[in-house]
Write a protein that binds this ligand. Structure first.
Ligand SMILES: NC(=O)c1ccc[n+]([C@@H]2O[C@H](COP(=O)([O-])OP(=O)(O)OC[C@H]3O[C@@H](n4cnc5c(N)ncnc54)[C@H](OP(=O)(O)O)[C@@H]3O)[C@@H](O)[C@H]2O)c1
Length: 290
């Protein structure tokens, strides 16, 4: 099979390597020359422009940021053949799926989101969300799900809207938390000294905060600006922070302890696998190290 990858950035590179590893032939197109030439030199793949890549492929995988997505679809849509499959990998699904349906009238389209970054080695144990919206797409999504599962990927099928709502929490909230924590700590005069004496919980927090702050500004900004439920969950987080802070301000020991016990009970109810905090912390630290 011949796969066209449009967008030679981090994920485009990742999927180039992945499909080559599957024994597929890969052709890559992108906007700038620099990343494209690097991919050609590293993987020995053919490089070309977006339209030629589409014309030569059986499947098309669009790996560009949401902000550039419509321009790409507008450019390629009239060249899609009825036998072709066009998928995108945008981290937000409602808008790209709508754009694909608006322009692409031939071939099958499917919204996908690999919920992992370019640092992972394989799709083993990685989460994928597929967002088909009509019968033809649902049929293809089921086939593609089985194909990914044969490679040990974890695949979830849901509507684009549901995906975006869940991602407001799964991506939006930890990114927001990480950035606010960094901003807070950078305003704390003895930040560097705190790092020297860090315990397990602080190490966890720093790992999250510093990892988030070192990521691509454009990408993270785009997620915060476009995820649909983001203000709701981040607003709830601020409201909850205020409630907890008020108990601390009042030095209301019994209210704080009661609330903490309630949180533990509710966690156990919603998640029977919930383990004690010490165990959870070490499990997470091990996961971060691996
Ligand atoms: N990074 C992640 O962790 C991650 C994870 C899952 C999904 N995603 C999704 O994957 C997509 C790509 O992310 P990324 O991290 O790979 O971004 P990236 O590193 O910024 O790469 C994007 C690539 O798209 C190219 N591009 C932009 N406009 C184009 C156009 N009109 N025609 C052809 N190519 C064009 C860019 O070209 P230039 O070189 O000229 O800029 C760049 O090479 C995004 O939609 C993102 O939401 C990302």
């Amino acid at each position: 099979m011949r796969v066209a990858i449009i967008g030679a950035g981090k994920m485009g590179r990742w999927f180039t390597r992945f499909f080559l590893g599957e024994g597929d032939s890969v052709i890559v197109s992108s906007r700038g020359k620099e990343k494209l030439l690097k991919i050609r030199d590293e993987f020995g793949v053919e490089i070309t422009d977006n339209v030629k890549a589409v014309k030569k492929a059986d499947r098309v995988l669009i790996c560009v940021p949401l902000e550039n997505f419509e321009a790409v679809v507008k450019e390629i849509h009239s060249h899609i053949r009825p036998d072709q499959v066009v998928m995108d990998i945008c981290s937000i699904k409602e808008r790209p799926v709508k754009i694909m349906h608006e322009y692409i009238k031939t071939g099958i389209t499917l919204g996908t989101h690999p919920v992992f970054g370019p640092g992972v080695k394989s799709i083993e144990n990685q989460n994928f969300v597929l967002t088909p919206i009509n019968d033809e797409e649902k049929l293809f999504a089921r086939e593609f799900k089985s194909w990914l599962e044969e490679r040990q990927g974890n695949v979830f099928i849901m509507s684009p809207r549901k995906h975006d709502e869940l991602m407001s929490v799964v991506l939006g909230l930890p990114h927001f938390l990480g950035l606010v924590v960094c901003d807070t700590l950078l305003n704390y005069p003895d930040f560097l000294e705190t790092k020297k004496v860090a315990g397990a919980s602080y190490k966890m927090l720093l790992t999250l905060a510093e990892a988030v702050a070192s990521e691509e500004t454009e990408f993270y900004t785009s997620l915060q600006m476009n995820l649909p439920e983001i203000e709701k969950i981040e607003g709830l987080f601020l409201k909850k922070s205020e409630e907890w802070l008020n108990m601390v301000r009042r030095k209301d020991r019994s209210a704080f302890a009661r609330k903490m016990e309630l949180v533990k009970t509710e966690l156990r109810e919603v998640n029977p696998d919930y383990a004690g905090s010490y165990e959870v912390m070490h499990r997470l630290l091990d996961a971060v190290k691996s």
